[in-house]
Design a protein around this ligand. Structure first.
Ligand SMILES: Cc1cc2nc3c(=O)[nH]c(=O)nc-3n(C[C@H](O)[C@H](O)[C@H](O)COP(=O)(O)O)c2cc1C
Length: 210
């Protein structure tokens, strides 16, 4: 009886996720934007988000590409990673679904339905921000069984991606907050993370309050 009930719940959950559609992102704009030195001089954390305004699909595409997109034919990325292990996966929690960024296809794959932003942490900006990026390190892609070393490496690799997001945000006039404050257990459950996947941090992006 219990097994049947669990199977039914699993079926309902998977059909719920399947009901969410993949988002094939538009081709990222790889030119233009603010000159780098100007973006650096504007780079800042802004927690005041306008919950009524949203990033356009083009901005979302450019954001994830700038963050962690593929920028060379050999599959290397806009941010470096130790030994090119590319152990960081970028998940996005938005107002109607949560997704995994597939850099190869430049698309978002749904992993959960519903608005889970308020569950991410207890700070106001996660409720009002448009997208919450969750940096997840998959230790199975790393060349070490040393969990402490993996955590340090993943932290550095995630930080490099986060700075790309900050610079893209500065260039586009977006509000951005990188945050360690994150309900690890709840978010891991929402994203259906496996045992080798470890959340490093989050980064909320939205349109600034006027
Ligand atoms: C590793 C790290 C963790 C952070 N965690 C949080 C956080 O949990 N909540 C928050 O509001 N800001 C967080 N911040 C943002 C910092 O508070 C912010 O970067 C700092 O005040 C400097 O401001 P600036 O980014 O505008 O230069 C974090 C920043 C870093 C680098």
């Amino acid at each position: 009886m219990r097994t049947k009930l669990l199977a039914l719940i699993a079926l309902l959950l998977s059909s719920c996720v399947m009901a969410q559609k993949e988002i094939q992102l538009p081709v990222p704009s790889k030119s233009g934007g603010m000159p780098l030195m100007e973006a650096l001089s504007k780079r800042s954390t802004n927690r005041s988000m306008d919950s009524t305004r949203h990033l356009s699909e083009q901005q979302l595409s450019d954001l994830v590409w700038a963050a962690w997109g593929i920028n060379r034919p050999d599959g290397r990325r806009t941010a470096p990673s130790a030994l090119n292990r590319q152990e960081i996966d970028l998940y996005l929690i938005g107002r109607s679904s949560a997704y995994l960024y597939d850099a190869n296809e430049h698309k978002l794959i749904p992993v959960a339905g519903g608005d889970h932003r308020a569950e991410v942490n207890n700070q106001e900006f996660t409720k009002t921000g448009d997208w919450i990026l969750i940096f997840v390190a998959d230790y199975s892609r790393m060349n070490s069984d040393d969990a402490q070393r993996n955590a340090i490496t993943a932290g550095i690799d995630a930080g490099l991606i986060a700075q790309n997001v900050y610079l893209y945000g500065a260039s586009e006039g977006l509000a951005v907050v990188v945050h360690m404050s994150l309900n690890q257990k709840e978010v891991a459950e929402i994203l259906h993370l496996g045992t080798t996947q470890h959340i490093v941090m989050g980064q909320t992006v939205g349109l600034p309050a006027k």
